[in-house]
Ligand binder design. Structure first.
Ligand code: TXA
Ligand code: MG
Length: 303
């Protein structure tokens, strides 16, 4: 941990576990260190990064306003898989926010992540620790396979527990907006702050959450979402929740969304290494608890 914190202070990259996915971390206050994140990921510069903090006090230094809704949500959901987008303070370099006047912040619910931030003494900017547009890593092995020696150190704390990326909510405008669904559901957020709107279609106006490319979180293998029955030709595998027709290599997935999310990326990483023609995934229930999972699967299936 001391060595990792020293690397962060020296402007280097350290991959670390959070409860959602592994992050590729750098000192959020150091523009050169931030540049190394974009380079290692091969990610376009316009994509804003999430800044990870170890306390509410640290979060408040990064923003110009701390609205009542931020206080309410963080009291209930931090540390945890919820990112809040707020107007940034002058402390935050625009390199971190992709040029935006807002910053995404979260306090991860993982002792290793929190200890790294505390030991470094700075907030840590971290996207998922994978090359751009690839599947996010839920183990240290996934990080090494994707980034290799592009990262100075990988802190290995075993598989992550939540399994998909945090819910992102913007509180920067007059209405709260759900920018990215996750395992903290829209209903949970609305029960605390009232109505949250969904982003308008990104084709018709500037994208509210510039990192959310339609094709994202993808295995290399072609992924298709299926309702039932017909599967593509060739060699593939199927992730089922309810049905199990025995027509392909079938993988039974958990019917509970939280357990499903925790297993999803590792299952896809493993199948992706097999050189199949396709991976089929049974369409998850339309229930709001599955919204984050459906979002990632839809993006992974986008051409
Ligand atoms: O669970 C997670 O959120 C993981 C772990 C490592 O914390 N991080 C993660 O980071 O998924 P990344 O960079 O892969 O996704 C960050 C997303 C961006 O793609 C964007 O949609 C949104 O968060 N975001 C960040 N800052 C924003 C801002 N200022 N305005 C709008 N959206 C923002
Ligand atoms: Mg990512």
């Amino acid at each position: 941990m001391e060595a990792a914190a020293a690397l962060i202070r020296a402007g280097q990259l350290v991959a670390f576990p959070t409860e959602t996915v592994y992050g590729l971390g750098a000192n959020a206050l150091d523009p050169e260190a931030i540049g190394r994140i974009y380079e290692a990921k091969g990610r376009p510069r316009g994509s804003p990064l999430i800044v990870h903090v170890s306390s509410i006090a640290m979060a408040r230094e990064l923003v110009r306003e701390w609205p009542e809704n931020a206080a309410r949500l963080t009291e209930l959901f931090w540390p945890g898989p919820l990112t809040l987008v707020l107007p940034k303070s002058d402390l935050v370099p625009i390199d971190v926010t992709g040029g935006l006047d807002t910053v995404g912040i979260r306090m991860p619910n993982h002792s290793v992540a929190l200890e790294l931030i505390r030991a470094s003494g700075v907030p840590i900017a971290a996207p998922s620790a994978n090359r751009f547009s690839e599947l996010s890593p839920t183990t240290a092995d996934h990080v090494r396979a994707s980034l290799g020696d592009r990262v100075a150190m990988v802190l290995d704390a075993g598989p992550t527990h939540v399994g998909i990326e945090s819910t992102v909510v913007s509180l920067a405008g007059p209405e709260a907006v759900l920018l990215r669904p996750g395992m903290i559901s829209q209903a949970q957020i609305e029960s605390v702050i009232g109505p949250v709107r969904l982003p308008v279609n990104c084709a018709s106006e500037p994208h509210p959450s510039p990192g959310m490319h339609p094709k994202h979180y993808s295995p290399r293998t072609r992924l298709v979402i299926v309702d039932a029955g017909s599967l593509p030709a060739g060699r593939g595998a199927c992730l089922w929740i309810t049905k199990n027709p025995g027509s392909a290599r079938d993988i039974q997935m958990p019917a509970d969304p939280y357990t499903y999310a925790a297993r999803l990326y590792d299952t896809l990483h493993q199948l992706d290494a097999e050189g199949l023609d396709w991976i089929a995934v049974e369409r998850p229930p339309s229930d709001i608890l599955w919204a984050g999972i459906l979002d990632r699967l839809t993006r992974a299936a986008a051409e």
